[in-house]
Design a protein. Sequence first.
Length: 256
Amino acid sequence: MKKLILMTSALTMIGGAAVAEITLGAGATLSYGNWDGATAGFSSSVELTADLAETTASGVTYGASMTFDIGGNSEGTIFVSGDFGKLSYGVDAFGATVTEDLGDDSGDLQYEYAMGDFSATFTAETATGAEIDDADVDANSWDLAISYVTGAITIGASTDSDDYSDMSVDYDGGSFTAGASFDSASAWDIYVGSSFGDINAKVTYDSASVAGLELDGASGDMGWALSYDTTGATTASVNYAAGDLSDPHGTHRCCL
């Protein structure tokens, strides 16, 4: 409780001094399931987020975004954006792109640019010296992703410094969605989804990982997901994947 009060006070002080807008948010997930054949049980997560932003008279916006969870983990980014795009800096804060989970103390740089229906994102590692030796980080690693939207169809492609690349095509017709992707390792997946009021359903078939179903580590064969938006702020969901489940996050998962 003391840590939360101190953090809230610090944010208030910063907001009064220099930041025009501060947005606080929180989320909680309760899960029940048996992962990789283990005994069924519960798990939970709680996150607190804080976003700060200030826009200058010239139209340039700068700010920061922070996330804190119940496990003591935290991540954050600082950014500046305008007509030139958006430049961000954060420590392992851009998903599984460059140094996720490697634990280096230096951060990653990310540049995002959008023009009409076209967008691109470039992420690069900034670790040097002993950090590379300690964390086994490739100082020259980078990741580039581009996408183009035409009507209800989004075409995407990405590549990185390890010579990995992939392409995807997604269709979003509102109550009906579908998509397919394939990569340079000859892996592919397809999915279809539909919405019925507050109920959403999705079925995925994947040759290597059930990425379309977003079940961590679940690989091979088929998966499905059902979710129900109960109040607008709370969603109940049930996920199932059948195949080579090498990671303990995918056989059955249910969360509120």
